[in-house]
Design a protein around this ligand. Structure first.
Ligand SMILES: [Zn+2]
Length: 494
């Protein structure tokens, strides 16, 4: 076996071990008995140590060095090598005692955050968050990025992206989105989401299974279960999605399931033969989110989608929908309202939440904002950007889990994903002109095939910005998202 094949075999073995570890996390959120958490923590720690040990063996480093010197690789192999180098450096340049200290601190930080949120007490959590920012800076320094720690973290989630690019894109977005949100909210037309009550969970579940299977999710190599917060994990061979149910809010489980299906379809579309290497891995968080958002929003909130599904939906819930007209249903699907909570926000106002978090993270890492001043700055900016001041910190600065896990630089991916989804949506309609009429007839194959061809099969060959250029012929920007939101929402609310 040649050196490259040996490296690939090692990478696939390490990936398979990592997926065992991920399965423990999935199981923890889906199945774990309430008092088995401590033992699961021990299992997870033990598995993490095994994965880390395997991934940092000198043998892996030697193979990488040998291949870097040989220089006789095609472009796909070069990508696999470059990404293997990046991972290996990250795992070996960060000292073990730092990793252990960070893991222990993050666990305490998570519990401090959960308690602070429940008690609306930011001050008790501030020292933990302060330490998280320090740890994030230190980790960047180990990788030689002491001068631009925030860029290091952004690149971790979206390779090739940096704060300056995001700032440019977001400032253009903000200028157009703020007045658009105002215009929609000032409309006398309001969606009535309260008209949808008493939807039995079992029927909700069978309906969403029918929808997600029709979109193309392969249930022979995947599952959907229930968890507190919906997520999608796993890989092309075994894709695990979750959802949650509310009898009085059936659109929540339906749309979060379609969202996770978008993530799942991406995983299932990655080249199976390359899973475990960069060629069989997703191209960063923004691209992943573009897939979930495109299915959830552009496809599933369209007139055409509901032209097809409305009759089955009414068949599944005849009494519940008896008094709801088609137009009321479609408005409920596309309801817009200001909400202090990001995860409960609609697709129009959602992006302003992300702009807010980006500006705060940037100020934290530039040294222009201290953790103690974060709540007041959050509230001030929230009023300025979103037009809404949270009533309390638990609905403001304390609402999201990300910072408690030192996941800085992650938030922008959500909005970049929305921008990319809108760009892909227009490119899809240009390149497959019949796509909307196919959706209206319940044929989702043209959407999935196009995404498979343009996005999924390329693994990490093209990250968000390059993918945008190659597939849509445009730089990643706010333009298509604004066009899409105007085309979908203004006629509805006028
Ligand atoms: Zn998502």
């Amino acid at each position: 076996m040649n050196t490259y094949d040996t490296l690939v075999e090692e990478l696939k073995r390490i990936h398979a071990l990592g997926e065992v570890s991920n399965l423990l996390d999935w199981d923890e959120q889906v199945n774990l008995p309430p008092q088995s958490g401590d033992f699961r923590a021990r299992q997870s720690a033990a598995m993490s140590a095994v994965v880390h040990r395997e991934a940092t063996q000198s043998r892996v480093g030697d193979l990488i060095c040998e291949l870097e010197q040989s220089g006789d690789l095609d472009s796909g192999q070069q990508l696999v090598l470059a990404e293997a180098r990046k991972d290996f450096d990250r795992l070996t340049k960060i000292p073990e005692d730092f990793v252990a200290h960070k893991a222990e601190h993050l666990s305490k930080s998570y519990h401090a955050w959960a308690k602070a949120r429940a008690e609306n007490d930011f001050a008790s959590y501030a020292p933990f968050l302060d330490e998280n920012v320090k740890l994030a800076r230190e980790e960047a320094a180990f990788l030689g990025r002491a001068d631009d720690p925030y860029d290091y973290w952004i690149d971790r989630f979206d390779p090739g992206m940096d704060a300056a690019t995001i700032e440019r894109i977001f400032s253009g977005l903000k200028v157009e989105l703020v007045p658009l949100v105002r215009e929609i909210l000032d409309s006398p037309i309001k969606a009535n989401t309260h008209c949808m009550r008493g939807f039995p969970v079992e029927r909700q579940e069978s309906f969403l299974r029918e929808v997600t299977a029709k979109l193309g999710f392969n249930y022979e190599r995947g599952r959907i279960d229930r968890s507190l917060h919906p997520f999608c994990s796993g890989n092309a061979f075994d894709t695990r999605m979750t959802t949650r149910f509310f009898e009085d809010n059936p659109l929540d489980s339906l749309f979060s399931s379609i969202h996770e299906t978008g993530h799942g379809l991406y995983e299932q579309g990655l080249p199976h033969e390359h899973v475990g290497t960069a060629l069989g891995q997703s191209a960063g968080m923004a691209v992943h989110e573009s897939q979930s958002r495109l299915w959830e929003n552009q496809v599933a909130r369209s007139r055409e989608f509901w032209q097809y599904w409305e009759s089955s939906y009414r068949e599944a819930f005849p009494e519940q929908l008896a008094g709801v007209s088609s137009q009321e249903l479609y408005l409920a699907v596309n309801a817009v309202a200001l909400n202090p909570i990001r995860v409960d926000s609609d697709e129009v106002t959602y992006n302003l939440h992300i702009v807010l978090r980006f500006e705060l993270e940037k100020a934290l890492f530039d040294g222009n904002l201290s953790v103690m001043d974060l709540p007041s700055e959050w509230n001030r900016l929230s009023e300025e950007i979103l037009g809404l001041r949270p009533g309390k910190d638990s609905e403001g600065v304390l609402q999201d889990v990300h910072w408690s896990g030192a996941a800085f630089g992650y938030f922008p991916s959500y909005c970049l994903g929305n921008l990319l989804a809108a760009q892909l949506w227009y490119a899809l309609q240009e390149q497959v002109p019949e796509v909307l009429s196919e959706i209206a007839q319940g044929n989702f194959v043209p959407v999935l095939e196009w995404l498979r061809e343009k996005v999924h099969r390329h693994g990490r060959h093209r990250f968000a910005q390059e993918l945008s250029r190659d597939v849509t012929g445009k730089e990643l920007s706010h333009e298509c998202l604004i066009r899409y939101l105007k085309e979908r929402y203004l006629p509805l609310y006028r």
